[in-house]
Every structure is written in structure tokens, then in C-alpha cells.
Write a protein that binds this ligand. Structure first.
Ligand SMILES: [Zn+2]
Length: 341
């Protein structure tokens, strides 16, 4: 860094002494980078809907996918964004209502346990699908809220392909534990958001389009207001999460990568219907919403209590209750009996 004072116009007057308008006058000062960014890894799943012989596939053209990857990179404080394209996923239903949305998101959580897929614990699963199937009153994207670095079971989101760059940034933001910023009627706004009306609060810069955003006319991308960019608050939180996830799984492969507690999610769909998910390897989030679960025997009698955490959907009622794998039987949560495992 070096600063030089120059005359504002040809008609400006005043003394000028050689060498004194530059600081420092020798070599420039180095600008030290305080911390380097790290890698953000996404496992991108094309979800292909089938209606008889008609197939609705998302746009997976190289240009479209690369454009999404680059926009993710511009919006997240990551050194790079890696997009691994998974094999097609074909749901047994059309995504035509909110319950189908929640079921698809749960199936993306199950993909994490599929050995043929080989999803790594630090990867964010993102299911992308075509908007060609009508869906009234449906969200544009859906995600789990991952409350902590080690909550790999909640790193799952879905969204339409056509509007996926902005949607994906917002949804993967939720999967980084970001709640809504308070603008546009977004549900469950983060009470700690520091700038009124969810403005970004500081200048932002989009290095893809070379556009500078003013602090008070642009809104945080975790809100529902537009135009949107990252606030300093969201940027810092995302930076810490990316760093935490990398430290957990990549810097020291001997620790959490090998966490082998068997966990089991009990999904509660948008309609309130309960279903068991595939067993997961991982650790219960220390920051999840603690939810005691009663183990019930064949006669319907309580056998004990399990520690569990509730992980909500961002844009629909419901979510999942993650607990140590009970192996068999039923559980009771908030007075409701689960199906048999
Ligand atoms: Zn949201």
C-alpha cells in the first residue's frame, strides 16, 4: 500500500514539494491478509421428476452450473466453491405441494448415508429440480438450519434450477446456521442482526460484476428484501462456519471425520407426518434445540429417555428430531407416537 496526494485540477494552486506527497516515501507497506478463506464443498444433486413418460429434469448445462458455482463463490467468504455433481435422483412423486418439498429435503438427508453416493461430512447436499411441475403456495427453496459445525446431518437444502443462484445462496446460508435477517416478513428473524431493516450496514463488493453496494440501500441475502448482498454480520458468521467445518473434517482427519455415534433422524414433514430416516454417523449438535424423546416398548410402556435435538426446516413447519439410533421400537415426542422402526 502506498498513498499519493495529487492536485484535484489543473488550476489548483499551492506549494508542492517533490517527494513529500507520497507516503511511505520508500517501498510500499505490505497489506497483510489477516486470515485466508477456505474451501466450501457442495454435492449438487439433479432431481429428475417423472410423470408417466414425461420427464422434468433441471438445467444441468455446463454454463448454467458454472454460473451458479461462481455466484456462490462471489457470495460466500470461501477461497473457492467446489461443486461435485451427483448422480440423478428420481423421487417417487412429483414436487407439487409443500409436503413433497419437505419429503424431498428429508431424502437429501438420507443421501448422506448412502455408501454408493459417498457424500463427505463437510459437503453441503443441494438438490435442484425443474419448476415445470405446478406447485401452489410452495417456497422457492428449503433447507435445514445447521446450528453447529458438527451438525453434518443438517447440511441439506433444495431449490428450483431456474432461480437457483440467489435461492441457493440463501438456502446454503441456512445450512450454515444463518437465520433470517429482519426484512420482507421473513419468518423467525435473527434477533441479533445488527442493522435496522436488514440493510447490509457496510459497503459490499461483487467481484464477478465489479459492482460496489452501498451500506443502506442493499439488504442482507438472509432477508426477503431486494437488492441483496451479504452484510458484514452474515459474512463473518459464514466465514467462521466455513473455517469451523474445515477444521473439523479436513485439517485433522483423525477426529470428527471418524465420529461414529450412530444417530437416527425422525422426520416430521410439512403435513406433520412422522417417518424414520436412514442411520447417520455423527455427533449430536451441542447447540440444537434440545428435545427429550421417550423410548416406548412393544406394550406401549416407556423404557427410558433419549437426548435428542430438533432441527427445523427454514420455510415450512416441521423438521427432524435427531437422536442416538434406538435400533427398534417406537418413540414418543411431545405426546406423539412415532411409527415403529
Ligand atoms: Zn429463508
Amino acid at each position: 500500500m502506498q498513498v499519493e496526494l495529487v492536485e484535484a485540477s489543473a488550476t489548483a494552486s499551492g506549494p508542492e514539494r517533490e517527494g513529500e506527497s507520497v507516503w511511505p516515501d520508500g517501498d510500499p507497506h505490505p497489506l497483510v491478509v489477516e486470515q485466508n478463506g477456505e474451501l466450501l464443498r457442495v454435492y449438487y444433486v439433479p432431481v429428475v421428476q417423472k410423470d408417466g413418460d414425461t420427464e422434468y429434469a433441471p438445467d444441468m448445462s455446463d454454463d448454467h452450473v458454472e454460473s451458479i458455482r461462481r455466484q456462490m463463490w462471489a457470495a460466500f467468504p470461501a477461497k473457492d466453491v467446489e461443486l461435485v455433481i451427483g448422480e440423478d435422483y428420481v423421487p417417487t412423486y412429483l414436487i407439487s405441494d409443500n409436503n413433497a418439498w419437505s419429503n424431498l429435503l428429508n431424502e437429501m438427508v438420507n443421501l448422506r448415508s448412502d455408501p454408493d453416493r459417498g457424500v463427505e461430512p463437510d459437503q453441503y447436499v443441494y438438490g435442484v429440480f425443474s419448476q415445470s411441475v405446478a406447485c401452489s403456495g410452495c417456497p422457492a427453496g428449503l433447507s435445514y438450519l445447521a446450528y453447529s459445525d458438527n451438525a453434518d446431518y443438517s447440511r441439506a437444502s433444495i431449490g428450483y434450477d431456474s432461480i437457483s443462484a440467489a435461492t441457493m445462496v440463501h438456502e446454503v446460508g441456512h445450512a450454515h446456521g444463518r437465520e433470517h435477517s429482519p426484512c420482507g416478513g421473513a419468518a423467525g428473524p435473527d434477533p441479533n442482526y445488527p442493522h435496522e431493516g436488514a440493510i447490509i450496514g457496510v459497503r459490499g463488493y461483487d467481484l464477478l460484476s465489479d459492482v460496489l453496494f452501498e451500506p443502506d440501500t442493499v439488504y442482507d441475502f438472509m432477508s426477503y428484501c431486494w437488492p441483496a448482498w451479504s452484510s458484514d454480520y452474515t459474512w463473518e458468521a459464514l466465514f467462521q462456519r466455513i473455517k469451523g467445518v474445515n477444521a473439523l473434517y479436513n485439517a485433522a482427519p483423525s477426529n470428527a471425520r471418524l465420529a461414529n455415534t450412530a444417530l437416527r433422524p425422525l422426520f416430521v414433514s410439512a403435513d406433520g407426518e412422522m417417518s424414520w430416516g436412514e442411520p447417520l454417523r455423527g455427533e449430536l449438535s451441542p447447540m440444537g434445540l434440545s428435545t427429550p424423546v421417550e423410548l416406548i416398548d412393544e406394550l406401549g410402556l416407556p423404557m427410558g429417555v433419549l437426548d435428542a435435538v430438533f432441527v427445523p426446516y427454514d420455510h415450512l413447519p416441521g423438521g427432524m428430531i435427531v437422536m442416538p439410533d434406538p435400533g427398534a421400537g417406537r418413540v414418543r415426542v411431545a405426546g406423539r407416537l412415532s411409527p415403529a422402526l
